[in-house]
Design a protein around this ligand. Structure first.
Ligand SMILES: [Mn+2]
Length: 258
């Protein structure tokens, strides 16, 4: 047997040292009624991000199957992720930082800019809106409720490794009241960091001030319902979302043709 023509199989050793950064985990609230909103939100992040990110939908049906979520759906829950969002630290194995965001967001800026705001002294960081919404119904007619810290939980940077966030066990997420969870009552006020409002720019509420770049949205939140619903197809910034959707559709089509 001759080995003269034997091929040399090179073993590629990849440098997996500490300088290789793990992708930043982004958990997006998923609702079966808003699949397109999720896809467009995802597309808007991936397209602009200069850092590696991993986008993971929070799907209630999957969480129920895996035994992490078992609470009964309440009448005031307008989405399938009203409570499951608080599993974010658990889903990230209580390690590092991760983002939770509703699916009704459109990112217009590089996600890295958001992560640059991270300060390890906080347990969570979010946009601290102070407002009472005018509408009494939202989306497809679900009742709009008014409560303190409304909308704060819609986009939250979680310091998943922070000892206080270990309180958010599946047990607590499944049994805690809406007030306890949505108002972050497991935390002290000084453990909640603040992010500029442009990262959770509420369509129909927040306003752009001409020539003031600090008011230009970096992420639009179509909190009343976005252009993926017939009733909101002409809402403010609808064009931006529709353009993103068209781009997403075109790219999808291209992949199928290839
Ligand atoms: Mn929302």
């Amino acid at each position: 047997m001759s080995l003269s023509n034997g091929k040399v199989h090179q073993v590629t050793v990849t440098n997996n040292g500490g300088d290789v950064k793990k992708p930043f985990k982004i958990f997006v609230g998923y609702d079966t009624k808003e699949d397109l909103a999720y896809e467009v939100c995802r597309h808007s992040i991936l397209k602009r991000s200069s850092i590696p990110v991993e986008i993971i939908p929070i799907k209630q049906s999957d969480l129920r199957k895996s035994g992490l979520y078992w609470r009964e759906r309440g009448q005031l829950e307008s989405t399938e992720f009203s409570f499951s969002r608080f599993l974010t630290p658990c889903l990230a194995n209580y390690e590092g930082w991760a983002l939770f965001v509703d699916c009704d967001f459109l990112y217009l800026a590089d996600f890295k800019e958001l992560t640059d705001l991270i300060d390890d002294k906080y347990a969570i960081m979010c946009v601290q809106h102070d407002y009472a919404p005018k509408e009494t119904t939202k989306m497809d007619g679900a009742v709009q409720t008014v409560y303190p810290r409304k909308n704060w939980s819609s986009m939250v940077l979680y310091n998943c490794g922070h000892p206080k966030n270990k309180i958010l066990t599946p047990e607590v997420v499944n049994k805690g009241s809406g007030a306890y969870l949505h108002r972050f009552q497991w935390l002290e006020d000084e453990e909640i960091g603040s992010i500029p409002f442009v990262w959770n720019f509420l369509e129909g509420h927040n306003k752009v001030v001409e020539n003031d770049s600090t008011t230009f949205p970096k992420a639009i939140h179509y909190t009343r319902g976005g252009p993926w619903f017939e009733a909101w197809k002409n809402c403010e910034f609808a064009d931006l979302w529709l353009n993103e959707m068209e781009e997403y559709m075109k790219e999808g089509k291209k992949k199928i043709e290839e």
